[in-house]
Design a binder for this molecule. Structure first.
Ligand SMILES: Cc1cc2nc3c(=O)[nH]c(=O)nc-3n(C[C@H](O)[C@H](O)[C@H](O)COP(=O)(O)OP(=O)(O)OC[C@H]3O[C@@H](n4cnc5c(N)ncnc54)[C@H](O)[C@@H]3O)c2cc1C
Length: 407
């Protein structure tokens, strides 16, 4: 067994294989020099110096996992059953691709001093002194990473301006009518958010916008998304998505090459639950997917299991705990629970809302966003898993537990 990538998904695959009783050799190849670590703390405690690191507490040797750090995988050659590394080929019977994602860079900004990304432990360590020096920082992108970084930078006392090309934050994830309420969170925290602001160029000491505005900066942090790290698979025969570069895994997380699986941020999979292919860049997917891969490898083809999760993630930003479960599309009906101007509220998305009678309307719960309402999230996640039909009126009443809105 050879696993390429020693992040959350790779490590969890190795551990889950042992849990499933896999007795064969496991080789885990990671390109980073550090002990495998968890990423979510990087934009939170690690950035602020409240935690030194976030290494997984796993006894690799004790589990019989042969961990190789600082060893990038450069190619997959299925005809010879090997993955290639600079130190030579490694033979596999099964291979698991878990090389994660890499941050999208702004053209021309690569390698410029003062321009930072936030993906790796090294990135976080480079940013720590920037925060500690209370620098003037411009953040490009008001997505999850941009929001979490801005939160930490404000907490550290930095002057923070966030520029976002869309007209609201979290444009890739949430509709404007919901994200509009998050705009105020930036101002409340003392960060300036400039929406509709296209970046024309970035240097280490300024960001110039398309309208000519120059925003001077001691440091620039770019958080404009991430792409599957799959370039190394070119020519391997593993099918990749022409749109997003993800490994096109099937419903059991198998790739197009026999004996080769893919999991975590680098792989997309077809979801029967949502009737579409999903590429999920969240921690929970890098925890659950490996369990499916391990079960499928350990049990064999005949008893294979299907991966069709309700995606879940959380974010800690501007003193709020934001959680999302499921997957929604524009056509789903958005229903508010609570006052979005307040500290705790939720939004649910119902699909196929119809009128079962007695003047009521009902729809299938497909997704939920909870801000400071973890109970809504916990109940909603289970209801989404079951495909529960909710009474629209009761579901819109924040004083009614979500599970009591089930028809
Ligand atoms: C700063 C930050 C904060 C986050 N916070 C949250 C959060 O609050 N909530 C949430 O749900 N999600 C969060 N995420 C997302 C979550 O961390 C990821 O979804 C998760 O790490 C994905 O795990 P992975 O193993 O698939 O990929 P990765 O974590 O990217 O791990 C892949 C590993 O493979 C290595 N690799 C790449 N190419 C090669 C190669 N050719 N050979 C060998 N090794 C290679 C990479 O260097 C990396 O170490 C956050 C992500 C970041 C960056």
């Amino acid at each position: 067994m050879v696993i390429a990538g020693a992040g959350m998904a790779g490590v969890q695959t190795a551990v889950a294989l042992r849990e499933q009783g896999w007795r064969g050799a496991i080789t885990l190849l990671g390109d980073e020099p550090h002990q495998p670590y968890d990423r979510p703390p990087l934009s939170k405690a690690v950035l602020l110096g409240k935690a030194d690191g976030s290494a997984f507490d796993i006894d690799f040797a004790g589990l019989g996992i042969d961990l190789h750090l600082g060893r990038p995988v450069t190619a997959l050659r299925p005809e010879e059953h090997v993955v290639e590394t600079a130190e030579g080929p490694v033979r596999y019977d099964y291979a698991v691709l878990a090389t994660g994602a890499e941050p999208v860079r702004l053209p021309g900004s690569e390698g410029l001093p003062g321009v930072h990304l936030l993906r790796t432990l090294d990135d976080a360590e480079r940013l720590r002194p920037v925060l500690a020096a209370q620098h003037r920082i411009v953040v490009v992108g008001a997505g999850w990473i941009g929001a979490e970084f801005a939160t930490a930078a404000r907490e550290a006392g930095c002057e923070v301006t966030v520029v976002e090309a869309a007209d609201h934050p979290l444009a890739g994830a949430l509709p404007a009518e919901v994200a509009a309420y998050m705009t105020g969170w930036y101002a409340d925290a003392g960060a300036e958010l400039r929406t509709g602001a296209r970046v024309a160029s970035v240097t280490g000491d300024a960001v110039t916008l398309a309208d000519g505005t120059v925003l001077p900066a001691d440091a620039v942090v770019v958080g404009v998304g991430a792409r599957p790290a799959t370039a190394w698979l070119a020519g391997s025969g593993v099918a990749l998505s022409p749109e997003d570069g993800s490994v096109l895994a099937d419903e059991r997380l198998r790739t197009s090459v026999p004996g080769v699986y893919a999991v975590g941020d680098c792989a997309s999979f077809p979801s029967a639950r949502y009737g579409t292919r999903l590429l999920v860049h969240h921690w929970d997917n890098a925890l659950q997917g490996p369990r499916t891969v391990a079960e499928n490898i350990a049990r064999g083809e005949a008893e294979g299991v299907v991966y069709d999760p309700v995606p879940y993630f959380w974010s800690e930003q501007f003193g709020r705990f934001v959680q999302y479960a499921g997957h929604h599309v524009d056509a789903d009906e958005l229903v508010w629970r609570g006052d979005p101007a307040g500290a705790a509220w939720s939004v649910i998305w119902l699909r196929g809302t119809r009128e079962p009678g007695a003047g009521r309307s009902a729809g299938r719960l497909v997704a939920l966003l909870a801000v400071g309402r973890p109970r809504d999230l916990a109940q909603g996640r289970r209801l989404i898993e079951k495909g529960a039909l909710l009474d629209r009126e009761r579901a819109a009443d924040a004083t009614v537990p979500l599970k009591s809105a089930v028809l």
